[in-house]
Every structure is written in structure tokens, then in C-alpha cells.
Design a protein around this ligand. Structure first.
Ligand code: PEP
Ligand code: MG
Length: 582
């Protein structure tokens, strides 16, 4: 039966494919496809892990003190029975053999199915047995952790041609998950999925931002999607409308198939603008820069015709490493690859911005704090660990010997933070001098992401060569709306008069002082905002490479003189959104 789930539109376009459910087990589960020849080994891994748990439980039974409660022995019996249940084992083996899922993924997929069956039971006693199955499966998952690779990259299964089932490798897959961390999302850059849906997340959550950089349709904040959609369901993801249609009828499928082809044609048309200079009708040159997460993303930036990198989110080099942070040389190599990749065009490297919805990993610092978005995040994190910060600064300065590099500092609010940062940049240079290591000049920039910063522009411009407005956080902190929380997503409003005022004042003050200013938040890549930002005087936009051509299309049709008059009215309006269609 066809039904739809509504969420937030994150990355445009239509994806049609079969659902792959990323199980939301409490254990950190690796999901990857194995090779056909690995099937027997994977089944063995599964059986060994299960046998190890059986052994463990049987030993527990033997060692149980005489006075142990009777319920404990009964519980162990139930768990042992479940472990030995042939149906469960056959189903897990089925996922391994037929889908080429790794053992952990196979087990958690089956667990998800069983959990749903228990949820539907009328008898409360039986319903509660779900917890037993989960506990048993989690024991096996833990046991599996020690027995094999924990690769999390999901690549298309490489089943030999003669073994293919009908349409096997041609069936597009879409990923449905309760939540994905930005680091998980990054893994999917090389994956097979043609679309994503998550239950949680806001439009500018970092997970959504990475999804956008993949340039495939995505919907976040779809609440119960991962519970309603079943493994293998046919799903349409409408990334423009934020709608997920499950089990569509042939008529709906045909309609969306048509929309998908229209989208492809539109992209082909836009691709012709790649070499066209971004100049408005009245001759204003507009700088269209790329946001990247990894040095390799520079290829996409160049392909899209970016004239530089306006934001390299360096924190992605730091994530998911279980506390083992990249050293100076590793970072230097990464920054250098980005500089080399841009062939002489400028690269703006932002120092690490972890914390809030970008935990570096589960064990490091801030993630568990009450209010992580207001906690030890970004520059605060860096200043709290000067040795780590100096390592990064030295690596960036060294990369600057190979091309134009701008050094950008996130989340500054206080004069003392600015002065401390400047002191550490000087110290990093001295350390390199002492070691006789080459480094290059950098322009220094600050992100304007906190209202306090936007209200202290003179202070900022005394120290910095340029400012970059991070609208994602500026909106979050001005309106007190968690950017990653779908329950308040309707209040996350880039057009709130206060937000527009802070953006406009920052642009004007930078221009008055002859300093560079750009917007690198998601607003810069949103084509519905391009005319307004041009009207407010913005001439430098930084966005994901996938958005550059659409924004350029808007730029080419704009007259900034006319837009300035209109933007003034929008700025003064009580309800700016109502002025946007005129
Ligand atoms: C922003 O806040 O707008 C920004 C560009 O930084 P990030 O999205 O990485 O927080
Ligand atoms: Mg930010």
C-alpha cells in the first residue's frame, strides 16, 4: 500500500530505489557489502561469534551460585534458546548469502524484522520478549566486533556476472536510517546509495550539509521513516519537496520517473554555464567559491567552475579516529593536496570546528554535555588544547608555501579569544622558523557565526583581513533554534529581520573598510536567497560545488542596482518572507 512520510528537503532531485535500512542498534554496527567469495568466511564469523556467546552463557549457567534467583537461570535459558534458534540463524545466513551483507549488518537487519514482529504482538508478555532478542543479538554483535574488519564503507557488491539475479546490480539503493553522523555520511561519498532519508536532523545540520555535498536527493527529519519503511520497500525520495513515498503505484512511479528525467536535463543545461564568468547584468563580478570537506572534493569544485575554496571544513580530517588526531605532517599533506587540487586558486582552510552535532568521536570531550552547541566547540575547543591547535596552525602555514591560503577561525565571540588566537598563530610561525621549515603567507579571516561577533565588527576588522558569514550558526544562535533539531525546524528562519540585519551590517562594514566578506553558510547556495544577498551587497558566495551552477544561473539574470533597492525594502519589512516573491 502506498504511503508517504514527510520531512525536510535537504538535497534536491528525485531518487527512486529499494530501501536499505541502517539498523539503529545500540551497538556500533559496521555496514558493508562483502565479495561473493567472502560469503563462507562471513557465515563462519557469524557462527563463531554465536558459539562464543553460547559458551559464555553456558559457563555463566554452570558458575551460577546456588542462591541465585530462579529468574536468572530462566533468563539464561531463554537467551540460549534464542541463540540456538534455527530460524534466526537461517535468516541471518540468508542476508549474507543473498545480499552480500557483512555479518553484523545481516544480524541487525534480521533483528529489526523480529523487533517489528514483537511490537505487533497483542500479548504484553510476548511483546516484552523483544528485549531478550535484542540483548542476545547485541551480545553476538559485540562478539563479532573482535572477529573481523570494521570497514564501514558501503560499496556496490561485486557479484560475478553469471551469478547475478535479475537486475541485481542495476537496482538503485536508497539508505534509510534513524540518524547518521556527519562522519558516517562522509563514508557514503563513495557508496552506491542514490538517496538518503533520516528520522532526525534539521536542514543545516552537519549531516544534511554532507548529504548536500553528495549531490543526491535527501530528506532529513522524517521522524518515523526508519520504523515505517521496511527493508527492500520501493521508495521515492523527493529531495525538493521533502517527501518520501513508499511502495508507490505504477502511476506515481511513472510521474516521478518523468520528474527525474526533467531534473537530469536541467543539470545538463546548467553544466553549459561552467566556463561562463559569473557577472551580473550590470557588470558586477561575483565570486562563486566551493565548500569542501576533504581535499579530494577540490575535483568537484574545479568541475563546477569554482574560483576557489571558500570553506574547507578541516574537522572532517579529525573525525571517527577514536581519539587518534592527525599529526602535523598528515594534516600538512591533506591541506597541500587541497591547495594543489585547486591549481593556484585560493583555498580557505577553517581551523577545526568540532563539538555540537559534529562530535569528533564518542570518547572525546564535549558530546555528552548538556548544551553542546553552546559548549566547548570550534575555536573554544582549539584554545582549550593549544598543542593540538598549534599543530594544525603549523600544518596550514606550511601548506601556504604551495599556493594561496586563507586561514579562517570559527565561532569567535570575544576579544580575548581573538588575541589568544593571534598569539598562537605567531607562535606557530616562530616554531616553524626555529625548525627551519618553509611556510607561506596567509590572509586571516574570522567567521561571523555568533550575534556577539556580528555586533563587534570593528573589533573583528581590527585584527582580520576578511570575514566569512556562517549563516547556519548565525541563524541558530540569533534565534536560539538548534539547527539539528527537526522539532523546531519550522522556526529556523534565514529571513528573520534580525538575521538579515546582522548579515547586512556585516557586509556594509566590511565594504566600508575595504575588507573581504563572503557568506559560506547554506544560504549562499540557496538559489531562493541569491537575489537578496546580491541586493544586500554580497559579492562572494561559498557553497557546495553541486550548487554553484544554479547560483550562477541566478547571478547572470540579476541586476544588482535594482536588487539593492528591493533588498532595502526587504530589510525594513516586518515580514521579509512576504517580499520575496515580488
Ligand atoms: C555556518 O555556520 O554557516 C558554517 C558555514 O559553518 P558550519 O556549517 O560548519 O557550522
Ligand atoms: Mg558554523
Amino acid at each position: 500500500m502506498t504511503f508517504s512520510v514527510h520531512g525536510l528537503a535537504v538535497a534536491r532531485g528525485i531518487a527512486i530505489g529499494r530501501a536499505v535500512l541502517m539498523a539503529s542498534s545500540r551497538v556500533d554496527v559496521a555496514h558493508y557489502f562483502i565479495k561473493p567469495e567472502q560469503v563462507p568466511t562471513e557465515i563462519d564469523r557469524m557462527r563463531s561469534a554465536r558459539d562464543a556467546v553460547i559458551d559464555e552463557l553456558q559457563r555463566l549457567q554452570l558458575d551460577m551460585p546456588k542462591d541465585a534467583p530462579h529468574e536468572l537461570a530462566a533468563l539464561l535459558d531463554v537467551h540460549l534458546m534464542l541463540l540456538m534458534d534455527e530460524e534466526l540463524n537461517t535468516s541471518v545466513v540468508h542476508w549474507i548469502k543473498e545480499r552480500l551483507y557483512n555479518a553484523e549488518w545481516a544480524l541487525s537487519s534480521q533483528l529489526e524484522i523480529i523487533a517489528r514482529q514483537f511490537d505487533e504482538m497483542d500479548d504484553p508478555y510476548l511483546r516484552e520478549r523483544k528485549a531478550d532478542v535484542e540483548q542476545v543479538a547485541e551480545r553476538v554483535l559485540h562478539s563479532l566486533k573482535g572477529t573481523g574488519s570494521l570497514v564501514t564503507k558501503v560499496t556496490r557488491p561485486t557479484r560475478p556476472q553469471q551469478e547475478l539475479q535479475l537486475g541485481d546490480t542495476d537496482v538503485p539503493l536508497v539508505l534509510i536510517a534513524h540518524d547518521l553522523s556527519p562522519a558516517d555520511m562522509l563514508q557514503f561519498k563513495q557508496s552506491v546509495f542514490t538517496g538518503f532519508v533520516t528520522d532526525v536532523g534539521g536542514k543545516t545540520s552537519h549531516t544534511a550539509i554532507v548529504a548536500r555535498s553528495l549531490d543526491i536527493p535527501a530528506v532529513v527529519g522524517a521522524r518515523t521513516a526508519s520504523q515505517l519503511i521496511k527493508q527492500d520497500d520501493w521508495v521515492i525520495i523527493d529531495g525538493d519537496a521533502g517527501v518520501v513515498i513508499v511502495d508507490p503505484s505504477p502511476i506515481i512511479l511513472a510521474d516521478y520517473g518523468f520528474k527525474q528525467r526533467q531534473g537530469d536535463l536541467e543539470r545538463e543545461r546548467l553544466a553549459r554555464l561552467r566556463h561562463t564568468p559569473a557577472v551580473t547584468l550590470d557588470g558586477q563580478k561575483i565570486e562563486l567559491l566551493a565548500n569542501i570537506e576533504m581535499p579530494e572534493d577540490t575535483a568537484a569544485a574545479i568541475t563546477a567552475g569554482a574560483v576557489g575554496v571558500g570553506l574547507f571544513r578541516s574537522e572532517f580530517l579529525f573525525m571517527g579516529r577514536k581519539g587518534d588526531l592527525p599529526g602535523e605532517d598528515e594534516q600538512y599533506q591533506a591541506y597541500r593536496r587541497a591547495v594543489d587540487g585547486m591549481n593556484g586558486l585560493p583555498v580557505t582552510i577553517r581551523t577545526v570546528d568540532v563539538g555540537a552535532d559534529k562530535p569528533i568521536d564518542e570518547v572525546r570531550r564535549d558530546a555528552a554535555h548538556l548544551n553542546p552547541a553552546l559548549g566547548l566547540r570550534a575555536i573554544r575547543w582549539s584554545l582549550a588544547d593549544p598543542a593540538m591547535f598549534l599543530t594544525q596552525l603549523r600544518a596550514i602555514l606550511r601548506a601556504a608555501a604551495h599556493g594561496k591560503v586563507n586561514l579562517l577561525i570559527p565561532m569567535l565571540a570575544h576579544g580575548s579569544e581573538i588575541r589568544q588566537t593571534m598569539g598562537l598563530i605567531d607562535q606557530a610561525r616562530h616554531e616553524l622558523d626555529r625548525r627551519g621549515v618553509a611556510y607561506g603567507p596567509v590572509h586571516l579571516g574570522a567567521m561571523i557565526e555568533i550575534p556577539a561577533a556580528a555586533l563587534s565588527l570593528r573589533l573583528f576588522l581590527k585584527y582580520f583581513d576578511f570575514l566569512s558569514i556562517g549563516t547556519n550558526d548565525l541563524i541558530q544562535y540569533t534565534l536560539a533554534i538548534d539547527r539539528a533539531d527537526e522539532s523546531v525546524a519550522h522556526l529556523y528562519d534565514p529571513l528573520h529581520p534580525a538575521v538579515l540585519r546582522l548579515i547586512a551590517d556585516t557586509i556594509v562594514e566590511c565594504q566600508r573598510q575595504g575588507k573581504g566578506v563572503s557568506v559560506c553558510g547554506e544560504m549562499a547556495g540557496d538559489v531562493t536567497m541569491t537575489r537578496l544577498l546580491l541586493g544586500l551587497g554580497l559579492r562572494s558566495f561559498s557553497m557546495h560545488p553541486s550548487q554553484i551552477l544554479s547560483v550562477k544561473h541566478q547571478v547572470l539574470r540579476s541586476d544588482t542596482a535594482k536588487l539593492a533597492l528591493w533588498a532595502g525594502q526587504v530589510l525594513d519589512s516586518e515580514d521579509p518572507a512576504s517580499c520575496m516573491t515580488t
